[in-house]
Design a protein around this ligand. Structure first.
Ligand code: 5AD
Ligand code: SF4
Length: 447
C-alpha cells in the first residue's frame, strides 16, 4: 500500500487529544502515517473544540491557512472533526468552501470509509449522526513513544445538562466502555512501560450506569489498583453531586490512586448553582471536601469556576470568593461565562456585562494565585514521590516530574531517571512549580 501522510491539528481538551490519537491509529490501517508538516500531508484533520471558548474564529483562520496547500495540491483532503464539526455539520461547507469532510463526535470510526469514498468519487461528506454505541470508544489511543503516563477514555458524553454546557448537546448521552476492555487496554499500556494512567470522561463518577453488566466507577478503580506495573491512577472529571462516599473511601484504600481530585464547583452561590442546574449546594460541596480531607488529609483539590453566569450579582460572586478562601484549592481553572448555542442558559435574564466578568475574573485569579503559591510553599521540606517525565524544557541537566498531588517538580538529575519514581525533598516553591533535590535512595509510589 502506498504510504500517505496525515497531519492532525488538535484544539481544546484532553478528550480531543485522545480522539486525535485514535484517528491516527484508525487511519494507519488505511496507509496513513502521521507527519508534523501540513505541507507534506495528503490528509489534514482539524479537531475542533467549543466547550470553553468560542473557538470558531480560531478554526476559520487555521483552515484559511490550509487553503493555499489545497490550491497547490488538489488531491489533498481536508476535514474537520470534534465539537464544532458536530455543531455546524454541513454549514461548515458554506463558510469553508474548500473543505472535504465534516466528521461528528460519534462518527470518528467511519473516517476510513469516508476517506475511501472521497478518494473514489470526490465530492464532500458531512456525517454528524449520533449512535447508540460510539464506535471510536473502543479504539485504544496510542501514547507517544517513551511516554511515562497515558490517558484512557472510560466513558464519553454526559446526561447532566448543566445550563451553560454544550457537552451533552455535542458529545451525546453518557456511554461507558465495558470494564474488561478498559483493563485490557491498561494492561497493554503497562506492558509498554506506562506507569501512570489518567481515566478520562466528562463525568467519570457515573461510569458504568448504562452498562448491561453490574459495575461502577469504584469497582473499576479497585480492578485497576490490582494491575501490576500501574503505580499511579488519576481520573478526571468528577461531578460533585455524584461523588459518592464509596468513591471518597477509595482515596484511603487504593494505594495507587493518587491524592488528587479535580472537582469543579463552578460557583459558591446556591442561587447561581441552581440556575446552572448543578444539582448541589455550596454547603454540600464543602461537606464533600471535608470528607475527602478526613479520608485523605494530604489530598490536593483542584476546581473550575465560571464567573459572570447570567444573574450573578456581586453577592453571588462574593460567596464564590468566600468558598475559595475556606476550601483553599490547590489550583483553579477559571472562565468568563460565554454563551453556547443550544444550551439552556441562552437568553437567560440579567446577563452580566463583559467588563464586569473581566473584573471578577481578575479578582478571583489574584486570590487563587495567593492560594496556589501558599499551597506550593506548604510542600517545602516535604519528601515527595516524583514520577519523572522528562528533561526540564527550561533548564539544563534538570529533570521534571510530578508529585502524586499533581504538582510539577524540577530537580537536578540524569535522563536515566525518566519513567522512574524518585524521592525528592522539596526546597523551593514557585507559582506553578516546585524545585527539589533527589534523595540518594529511590522513592516509591506509596502513601
Ligand atoms: N462558558 C464558560 N466556561 C465554561 N465551561 C464550560 N462551559 C462553559 C461556558 N459556556 C467551563 C466549566 C467546565 C470547564 C471544562 O469549562 O468550568 O468545568
Ligand atoms: Fe458539561 Fe455539566 Fe456534563 Fe460537565 S457535568 S460535561 S459541565 S453538562
Amino acid at each position: 500500500m502506498e504510504k500517505k501522510n496525515l497531519y492532525i491539528q488538535t484544539f481544546g481538551c484532553q478528550m480531543n487529544v485522545q480522539d486525535a490519537q485514535k484517528m491516527a491509529v484508525l487511519l494507519e490501517a488505511s496507509g496513513y502515517g502521521t507527519t508534523d508538516d501540513p505541507a507534506q500531508a495528503d490528509l489534514i484533520l482539524v479537531n475542533t473544540c467549543s466547550i470553553r471558548e468560542k473557538a470558531a474564529q480560531k478554526i476559520y483562520s487555521q483552515l484559511g491557512r490550509f487553503r493555499e496547500l489545497k490550491e497547490r495540491n488538489p488531491h489533498l483532503l481536508i476535514g474537520v472533526c470534534g465539537c464544532l464539526a458536530q455543531q455546524w455539520g454541513d454549514r461548515f461547507f458554506r463558510r469553508v468552501p474548500f473543505l472535504d469532510m465534516v466528521v461528528g463526535t460519534h462518527q470518528i470510526h467511519r473516517l476510513p470509509e469516508m476517506i475511501g469514498e472521497l478518494e473514489r468519487a470526490g465530492g464532500r461528506i458531512a456525517e454528524t449522526g449520533f449512535c447508540d454505541r460510539v464506535g471510536s470508544l473502543e479504539i485504544p489511543a496510542q501514547p507517544a513513544a517513551g511516554a511515562v503516563s497515558a490517558f484512557v477514555t472510560i466513558m464519553q458524553g454526559c446526561n447532566n445538562f448543566c445550563a451553560y454546557c454544550v457537552v451533552p448537546h455535542l458529545r451525546g448521552r453518557e456511554q461507558s466502555r465495558p470494564l474488561p476492555e478498559i483493563l485490557r487496554e491498561i494492561e497493554a499500556l503497562a506492558a509498554q512501560g506506562i506507569h501512570e494512567v489518567t481515566l478520562l470522561g466528562q463525568n467519570v463518577n457515573s461510569y458504568g450506569r448504562a452498562l448491561a453488566e453490574e459495575t461502577d466507577f469504584t469497582r473499576l478503580l479497585g480492578a485497576i489498583g490490582k494491575l501490576p506495573g500501574i503505580g499511579r491512577i488519576r481520573f478526571t472529571t468528577s461531578h460533585p453531586k455524584d461523588l459518592s462516599p464509596q468513591l471518597i473511601a477509595c482515596f484511603g484504600e487504593i494505594a495507587s490512586l493518587c491524592e488528587h481530585i479535580h472537582l469543579p464547583v463552578q460557583s459558591g452561590s446556591d442561587r447561581v448553582l441552581k440556575r446552572m442546574n448543578r444539582g448541589y449546594t455550596a454547603e454540600a460541596y464543602r461537606a464533600k471536601v471535608a470528607e475527602l480531607r478526613r479520608v485523605c488529609p494530604q489530598i490536593s483539590i483542584t476546581s473550575d469556576v465560571i464567573v459572570g453566569f447570567p444573574g450573578e450579582e456581586e453577592e453571588d460572586f462574593r460567596q464564590t470568593l468566600e468558598l475559595m478562601r475556606e476550601v483553599r484549592f490547590d489550583n483553579l481553572f477559571s472562565f468568563r461565562y460565554s454563551e453556547r448555542e443550544g444550551t439552556a442558559a441562552v437568553g437567560m435574564e440579567r446577563p452580566v456585562g463583559e467588563g464586569v466578568k473581566r473584573e471578577r475574573l481578575s479578582v478571583l485569579q489574584a486570590l487563587q494565585a495567593e492560594h496556589t503559591l501558599e499551597k506550593n510553599r506548604d510542600c517545602i521540606g516535604r519528601q515527595e514521590a516524583v514520577l519523572v517525565e522528562g528533561a526540564n524544557p527550561n533548564g539544563s541537566e534538570e529533570m521534571t516530574g510530578r508529585t502524586r498531588g499533581n504538582r510539577i517538580v524540577h530537580f537536578p538529575g540524569r535522563s536515566g531517571l525518566i519513567g522512574k519514581t524518585v524521592s525528592v525533598r522539596i526546597v523551593e516553591a514557585f507559582p506553578h512549580s516546585l524545585r527539589g533535590e533527589a534523595e540518594q535512595r529511590g522513592g516509591a509510589d506509596v502513601h
